[in-house]
Ligand binder design. Structure first.
Ligand SMILES: *Cc1c(COP(=O)(O)O)cnc(C)c1O
Length: 390
């Protein structure tokens, strides 16, 4: 019998405990396991190699992506490291240019030291992907919707191009969640999540996961998970498993709130541009409509303001929390130019469209009317201030 998303979220990987009947899957707080005799154990020997609570999480997350295998890591970055570990010196990656800052950093500052080459292209035009692939290309790296500009890449089209060239495709599905976008069904070989975000959803744990249907790839990933050792602890696994139980509910409400808020923002004075893939006139809307169930809950917008005025606006927000990260029950906002993308040179940053007045919202689960009221009073204060200074 095959279960649907919300059922899998609660049950997959988590049988009732045989020994005690415990209904909640236990946190096995142990680093090692007693062996029956040399060479014989009950399936576990050492917690870096495999661990019951982690195993439950891996099965659960694989099920949510409709896949066979999941490999959990201590953070999204550790998961990215795990994927890149399958490469060797001389290999080449074609990556989307509009990339999570930490991924950009580990590609260009860490793996490039070991002889892995990267080409960054705008994957929203898949002609760029065709052009960038070389004989040594091993991976195509996609992120959609992208951060913070929410550009949409056509996953199926890019996967088809990669497949014809014998290149595997990795999709960082963190922004979309397993509920809204199914990269494996669109032809990807590997799906990756920072479980820190929507999957856990409560801003209280870091984690990452790599998911695939390819057994050989899974064995390689398991090998590197154990060899590198960046594994999540049992309590973290438990918290993420608790998070997934409400993932379906949460993501639907996140999307409801985001759609209401995006439409409202668009009508306000003092805002130059609102970026949301749910808008019919968003560049990638038609593709998003095709490959996503809904449009996610991240919205970016530009104030009609300079840097000082933008900072002034952020100081007026009371309910919204100024913080990096996204996907929390709590509404968060960030100022990419000085936060997530501060390490990018100002002219490069502006040339890709991340200006000084850009704000990224991660719409949470509070009452959307309260979220709107808070933005309204901050906008009023800032628009009024602009008029006074104009
Ligand atoms: C946050 C994030 C990561 C990194 O995850 P951590 O859990 O912070 O290490 C990778 N990709 C995307 C798209 C992210 O948002």
């Amino acid at each position: 019998m095959s279960y649907r998303f919300d059922t899998l979220a609660i049950h997959a990987g988590q049988p009732d405990d045989d020994g005690t009947g415990a209904v909640s899957f236990p946190i096995y707080q142990t680093s090692t396991f007693r062996q029956i005799e040399p060479g014989l154990n009950k399936g576990y020997c050492y917690s870096r190699t495999d661990h019951p609570t982690r195993h439950a999480l891996e099965e659960n997350l694989a099920a949510l992506e409709g896949a066979r295998y999941g490999v959990a890591f201590a953070s999204g970055m550790a998961a990215i490291h795990g994927v890149l570990s399958i490469l060797s010196a001389g290999d080449h990656i074609v990556s989307t240019r509009d990339l999570y800052g930490g991924a950009w950093r580990i590609f260009t500052k860490f793996f490039s030291k070991f002889g892995i080459d990267f080409t960054f292209v705008d994957t929203t035009d898949h002609a760029n992907v065709i052009q960038a692939i070389r004989p040594t290309t091993k991976l195509l790296w996609l992120e959609t919707p992208s951060n913070p500009l929410l550009k949409i890449t056509d996953v199926a089209a890019c996967c088809a191009i990669a497949r014809r060239a014998g290149v595997r495709t990795v999709v960082d599905n963190t922004f979309a969640t397993p509920l809204l976008q199914h990269p494996l069904a669109l032809g990807a070989d590997i799906v990756l999540h920072s479980t820190t975000k929507y999957i856990n959803g409560h801003s209280d744990v870091l984690g990452g996961v790599v998911i695939t249907n390819d057994e050989a790839l899974y064995n390689d990933l398991k090998f590197f998970q154990n060899a590198i050792g960046a594994v999540p602890g049992p309590q973290d696994c438990f918290l993420i498993l608790r998070g997934t139980k409400t993932l379906g509910l949460r993501v639907q409400r996140h999307c409801d709130n985001a759609e209401t808020l995006a439409a409202w923002l668009r009508e306000q004075q003092g805002i130059a541009r609102v970026i949301f893939p749910g808008f019919a006139d968003h560049e990638g809307h038609a593709i998003a409509r095709r490959q996503m169930e809904r449009f996610g809950a991240v919205i970016s917008f530009e104030l009609a303001a300079n840097l000082d005025e933008t900072k002034n606006f952020t100081r007026h927000l009371k309910l919204w929390t100024l913080a990096e990260s996204l996907g929390s029950v709590k509404s968060l906002f960030c100022h990419p130019a000085t936060m997530t993308h501060a390490s990018v040179e100002p002219d490069v940053r502006r040339s890709v469209g991340i200006g000084d007045s850009l704000i990224r919202l991660s719409v949470g689960l509070e009452d959307v009317r309260d979220l709107i009221d808070d933005l309204k009073q901050a906008l009023d204060a800032t628009v009024v201030a602009q008029r006074v200074f104009a």
